[in-house]
Design a protein around this ligand. Structure first.
Ligand code: MTE
Ligand code: MO
Length: 207
């Protein structure tokens, strides 16, 4: 993350969507408490409409190979940060390992303490979507989601679920923690898809 004072106003205007402002330091934002991590019992479960559901230990997940993604972050409350470097496994790699069945249209991210977020399979299959354990070359801190968080750069940050424990492929969407509280099913910041009342009719049926 580069301090915004070093950025040209025109660059900011091009890279920060309407209704957002750049912040100097990376905020911590979540509902509830920070879960403890015990590597002995932790796993990531890939389940639902797939040919081969599986669970991975932390070591097995990391052994799938890592990729870096440079991405911006836009929280629906109005703050944005640019040029975060995330390290992790692309969602696509996890999906291909499971063999996604054709009926699957949505993905539910399940987290510690019951937090969840939902996105269309199409949005999740973008090549910049990661399950990440590091940010700017350092392991995530517990408050930013260690040991593992989802990163979906092209969606508002509430979809980038921290303390991720499961990815479930489903045919019919199930709204996540914020989505049931009036937030948008897709959440594209460049379209300012903030609230569920902006969704077209049948949004949950047709991803
Ligand atoms: N498990 C979980 N993940 C979460 C949240 C949460 O409450 N619980 N909040 C979301 C919201 S609203 C935002 S803006 C980002 C913030 O990530 P950060 O705290 O690393 O900046 O996490 C998202 N992921
Ligand atoms: Mo947020």
């Amino acid at each position: 993350m580069k301090p915004f004072g070093q950025r040209h106003p025109e660059e900011i205007a091009m890279r920060v969507p309407a209704g957002q402002r750049l912040v100097k330091t990376w905020p911590v934002l979540h509902y509830g408490s920070i879960p403890a991590f015990d590597e002995e019992t932790w796993n990531l479960e890939v389940s639902g409409l797939v040919e081969k559901p599986y669970r991975l230990t932390y070591a097995e997940l990391k052994a799938l190979g890592s990729q870096d993604v440079r991405a911006n972050m836009h929280c629906v409350t109005g703050w944005s940060t640019l040029d975060n470097t995330w390290t992790g496994v692309p969602f696509r790699v996890l999906a291909e390992k499971a063999g996604v069945r054709p009926e699957a249209k949505w993905v539910i991210a399940h987290c510690e303490h019951g937090y969840a977020s939902d996105l269309s399979l199409e949005a999740m299959m973008d090549d910049d979507v990661l399950v990440a354990w590091a940010h700017d070359g350092q392991d995530l801190t517990p408050e930013h989601g260690f040991p593992l968080r989802l990163v979906v750069p092209k969606r508002y940050a509430w979809k980038s679920a921290k303390w991720l424990r499961g990815l479930e492929f489903v045919a019919h969407n199930e709204r996540g923690f914020w989505e049931v509280r009036g937030y948008h099913i897709h959440g594209d910041p460049w379209r300012e898809e903030r609230y569920s009342y902006q969704e077209g009719p049948g949004a949950e049926l047709e991803p």
